[in-house]
Design a protein around this ligand. Structure first.
Ligand SMILES: Nc1ncnc2c1ncn2[C@@H]1O[C@H](COP(=O)(O)OP(=O)(O)OP(=O)(O)O)[C@@H](O)[C@H]1O
Length: 255
């Protein structure tokens, strides 16, 4: 099974709406999002709390179903696909770096990192696995189990695991949130290298420094993409976020 795909935009959303609940308690988390993430690009998704960032990521990855609209992942329209089909699609093409690490407690660092590759029926590339583990600073911990690691170290295992199988698409939700500054920058640099090699990364972050490593930033407010920024600089991202946060607060005050 090839780990890369020739699909030009491996992730595409067309007029995606997502409403949680119904009636008076309905929450429109995504209010018509259309966006495509071209192969070999690194996109950051930012916006005030509750603006729909995680929902966008979950719908794009087929972990959550849109109420309406279309999601296409590595050339496959996700509509009507069975859980089994979605699982296989993700297993072969997608990796996740989420806030909850989902590491296997009985496996050591190296075994956790190579598990997705083995589950996909492929032989891990040991040199690459060693390199990825070294880049996240865990070479001295390869035989340790998650329970013997700090929260930040566990996050780094999750990142190494996501990168080791060289998936076409990496979805990351605050991947550097629990890391110290140096490790965070090392991880972001590694993510940039993956993008240069053709992988596509979609990352939710609140951190303008992390966003500055992306090619493009999408800003969400109330489930809509309100603006985008190419070649984002830290200051410009922070200023836009502050402005959107103030607008969102003002709008809430008026409701
Ligand atoms: N399972 C759910 N059931 C009901 N409402 C939900 C559910 N998940 C999310 N929401 C609501 O949908 C909206 C968008 O949530 P989402 O988690 O996507 O926002 P976010 O931008 O990722 O927020 P944060 O930055 O705080 O993590 C919020 O109003 C949230 O309360």
């Amino acid at each position: 099974m090839p780990t890369m795909t020739s699909v030009e935009s491996p992730v595409q959303l067309d007029a995606v709406h997502k409403t949680y609940g119904s009636g008076d308690s309905a929450v429109e988390a995504l209010a018509g999002v259309s966006v495509s993430f071209p192969a070999g690009t690194f996109t950051a998704v930012m916006g005030p709390s509750g603006s729909g960032k995680s929902t966008l990521l979950h719908c794009a990855a087929g972990l959550d179903k849109p109420t309406s609209g279309r999601v296409t992942l590595v050339g496959t329209d996700l509509k009507g696909k069975s859980e089994t089909k979605l699982t296989l699609l993700r297993r072969d093409h997608v990796a996740f770096i989420f806030q909850s690490f989902n590491l296997m407690p009985a496996l050591n660092v190296e075994q956790n990192v190579t598990l997705p590759t083995l589950l996909a029926g492929r032989e891990p590339d040991q040199a690459w696995v060693d390199q990825v583990i070294a880049r996240v600073g865990l070479s001295q911990r390869v035989k340790h189990r998650p329970g013997e690691l700090s929260g930040g170290q566990q996050q780094r295992v999750a990142i190494a695991r996501a990168l080791a199988a060289r998936p076409a698409v990496v979805f990351a939700d605050e991947p550097t949130g629990a890391l110290d500054t140096n490790t965070a920058l090392e991880v972001l640099t590694l993510m940039r290298e993956l993008v240069s090699a053709g992988q596509t990364i979609v990352m939710v972050t609140h951190d303008p420094v992390a966003a500055s490593y992306a090619d493009n930033v999408l800003f969400l407010v109330d489930g809509r993409i309100v603006t985008q920024m190419a070649a984002p600089g830290v200051e410009a991202v922070a200023a836009t976020l502050a402005q959107l946060g103030a607008q969102a607060k003002q709008a809430r005050g008026q409701r």
